[in-house]
Design a protein around this ligand. Sequence first.
Ligand SMILES: Cc1cc2nc3c(=O)[nH]c(=O)nc-3n(C[C@H](O)[C@H](O)[C@H](O)COP(=O)(O)OP(=O)(O)OC[C@H]3O[C@@H](n4cnc5c(N)ncnc54)[C@H](O)[C@@H]3O)c2cc1C
Length: 436
Amino acid sequence: MRHVAIVGSGPAGYYTAEAALKQWGDDVRVDIFDCLPVPFGLIRSGVAPDHQSIKGVSRRYEATALTENVRFVGNVLIGRDVSIPELRELYDVVILATGAPNDRKLGLPGEDLPNVFGSASFVGWYNGHPEFAGLDPALSHDTAVIVGNGNVALDVARILAKSQNELHGSDIVAHALTTLNVSRVRRIVILGRRGPHQIAMTPKELGELAHLERACPRVDPADLPDEAEDAALDPGLRKSVGHLRAFSRTGDADCPSDQVTIEFDFFAAPKRIIGTERVEDVEVERTRLENGKAVGTGETYRVPAGIVIACIGYQTSKIPDVPFDAAGGRFANEDGWIAPGLYCVGWARRGPTGTIGTNRPDGYAIIEKVARDIGEGAGKAGRPGFDALAEQRGINYVKFTDWQKIDEAEVANARKGAPREKFVSVERMIEAAGKR
Ligand SMILES: Cc1cc2nc3c(=O)[nH]c(=O)nc-3n(C[C@H](O)[C@H](O)[C@H](O)COP(=O)(O)OP(=O)(O)OC[C@H]3O[C@@H](n4cnc5c(N)ncnc54)[C@H](O)[C@@H]3O)c2cc1C
């Protein structure tokens, strides 16, 4: 029998569990730990609330979760409630699938001013992550600045631009819906240090902006390279750039004053965030490309803004006793191997890149490695050993069946047309699970 501990119940965690079941069938017991009482990581707290079909992937994880040989151990923070050496003592292998939940900093003066956020906190706020539910962003100024040229920047812009009507069938949490309902934001400026050919935005997400009820996406035609140069791009990027070209043909007359304009400001590097009580302006430096890199030109300008959201990437949270690669913002690892019996997978292994699906081959590859390393298992204590430790320490963990109760209560609490109303505090989740 092999005893496997997976830390983190996001896509990487569940694909790894699925691979372990395929590899060993009834000869494995997998415990999936999560610090939250609810599973699925960024599927619940990252993926945009108006992209419900993408969130549907969690049904696949449910099939894995409901097998006898896999169990969910929620509301246990590894590194605090139970240490890594303790887990390694109990299980043949510990696989860290803890994602990359911390915002990368802009590293600019003024970024600690009120109403300057990273996307982990802002997205966590509208998606009801308990850590960020109390964020309370002010949307009282007409301009929002978003920094970054990836899909997360587009998610944030879209949520800010959508009407209440368009958010109707989403699972955006009530506190965010209320704030967005009185939002004064009418201009969203997306800053990118480089140009249209360097974006990391996918065509589907960009194309969506053209179909919003009241949004007017705009690109300065002068920022676009010669159209002939698009031929050399990968097909996906070429399609994305095609959307930007279409946005560049939008004129003033196409954007009535009741619309929300979404302005793509390319070759624009934020330099300083200015304000007293809270952010008032972003100082931006014009850049140009040199060998694919953005280089400052010395020309600066200010964008008046009431809120700034930096969507520039994430870092893994450190865990005591696990070596960390500070430059990469993830655990120090060689293709997922950290130390004997200790591995990482998903964003915790490779950093915040790729889609949900990218985590599947990652999970299968890790289990292949683990299979070579742990053989038939070393007779470790596994589940019963963990349960004894939990009892001794008073850890009343949340099981998958408890999560199903939380799920049922969230669905029952949904406002009309919405799939669920999420609980946004751990206490309410635990209560709904009937654990208190
Ligand atoms: C805003 C946003 C939107 C996205 N939208 C899409 C999309 O539309 N389509 C798409 O394909 N991809 C999308 N992605 C990417 C996708 O979400 C990731 O590829 C995927 O979630 C990474 O999986 P993971 O399991 O490595 O990490 P995560 O999903 O982050 O899961 C990590 C889990 O570990 C838990 N954890 C962390 N530390 C500990 C600890 N010490 N102890 C116990 N538990 C712990 C966390 O609670 C979490 O549940 C999006 C990402 C973001 C940030």
